[in-house]
Design a protein around this ligand. Structure first.
Ligand code: SAM
Length: 346
């Protein structure tokens, strides 16, 4: 395999002094400057040679270099901060000189339609092997959870990047979030995010990077997680509906899950319909939510859907909105009572 001449890796002080970059906290800029670690991330990303790769948040380009060394057919990077332009331009020049193809997009990743990133993507059918298209990034912490939820949603609809088949992702998260994504039934970290991630993908926690490996050092360690979309998702419900059921089920951690699911129903029929829902789904109402399997939750979602069809008013019932109205009424009542106590009412 041919080799590629990359410009020398900028040192930390190069980056900070030369480009007058101070890591912007808002953009969660914690740079990974250890080539062995960036190479390890890329090792877990997949077979990069001759593939199409989208990198999120390249920053000074350390992960980018590890990708380039593996000769992708096409590399697209999305970076919000234009101050990295000199670094990224140098990498692009090196790639172009060796007949490669690199594109830099300066934008917020949340606004990028991943479907349009590769116009000549080598698609594969969903049921076939995963395509030679990869998404990778040392994600900004501040958008990582929102971004993975957005991408899981797209996977569920086979839209965006996933209109090309079961594109694999390898992304970094705060260690706690990474552990939640992969938490199994009855594990302490099991939550709504675990169920949603595992309903549509197989998430794997590959390794932990200690906070000390980043510049500046974040307060937390970082987990590298890869996701392979499932050929057949473990739920047959649409993303928003399934997410809603999970949101309710995991609303009170220690309570029996029937108590949590109760908030799906208006107070006047809450007890009755929650019992019917659990009976129809054949789930023990006393189980705490973290002991429910994805399949249990899928059956609960089906039972709830059945009840919604039978009782149309359930569809529009919003527990949180009702709580807000109630709390506004209570605040008003307290303020009236205070006025009365101050004698201001008379
Ligand atoms: N990949 C580099 C590394 O590993 O050293 C930088 C990682 S740093 C944690 C996150 C990077 O994402 C920064 O370069 C930051 O400017 C960029 N970024 C932050 N928010 C972004 C967004 N919404 N869209 C695209 N890039 C973003």
């Amino acid at each position: 395999m041919a080799s590629i001449r990359l410009p020398p890796l900028p040192t930390i002080s190069d980056i900070i002094k030369l480009y007058r970059l101070s890591a912007i906290k808002q953009l969660s800029q914690n740079f990974l400057m250890d080539e062995r670690l960036t190479d390890k991330i890329i090792k877990y990303t997949g077979k990069i040679y001759d593939s199409q790769v989208l990198e999120v948040g390249p920053g000074p380009g350390t992960i980018t270099r590890s990708i380039i060394k593996k000769f992708p057919k096409q590399l697209v990077v999305v970076e919000k901060d234009k101050r990295f332009k000199p670094n990224l331009d140098m990498l692009k020049d090196a790639v172009t000189t060796s007949n490669g193809n690199m594109k830099i997009i300066y934008n917020d990743i949340m606004d990028v339609d991943t479907k349009t990133v590769f116009n000549d993507a080598k698609k594969r059918n969903w049921e076939d092997e995963t395509p030679n298209i990869f998404l990778v990034g040392n994600l900004p912490f501040n958008v990582s959870t929102a971004l993975i939820i957005k991408y899981l949603h797209e996977i569920s609809e086979k839209s965006g990047m996933w209109s090309n088949g079961r594109v694999q992702m390898t992304l970094t998260f705060q260690k706690e979030v990474a552990e939640r994504l992969v938490a199994e039934v009855s594990q302490n970290q099991r939550c709504r995010l675990s169920v949603i991630a595992q309903a549509f993908t197989v998430p794997k926690l590959r390794f932990i990077i200690p906070g000390g490996a980043f510049v500046p050092k974040p307060q937390v360690d970082v987990g590298v997680v890869s996701f392979i979309p499932l050929k057949i998702p473990r739920t047959n419900h649409n993303f928003n509906f399934f997410e809603k059921i999970n949101r309710h089920l995991f609303s009170f951690r220690q309570k029996h899950c029937i108590k949590c699911a109760g908030t799906l129903f208006p107070p006047d029929c809450r007890d009755h319909l929650s019992k019917v829902m659990f009976k129809l789904a054949d789930v023990d109402p006393k189980t705490p939510a973290f002991n429910l399997t994805v399949e249990d939750i899928n059956r609960l979602a089906s039972a709830y859907k059945y009840l919604c069809i039978k009782h149309q008013k359930l569809i529009t019932y919003d527990y949180r909105a009702c709580r807000k109205i109630l709390s506004k009424k209570l605040t008003k009542l307290v303020s009236v009572t205070n006025h009365m106590e101050d004698g201001k009412m008379f």
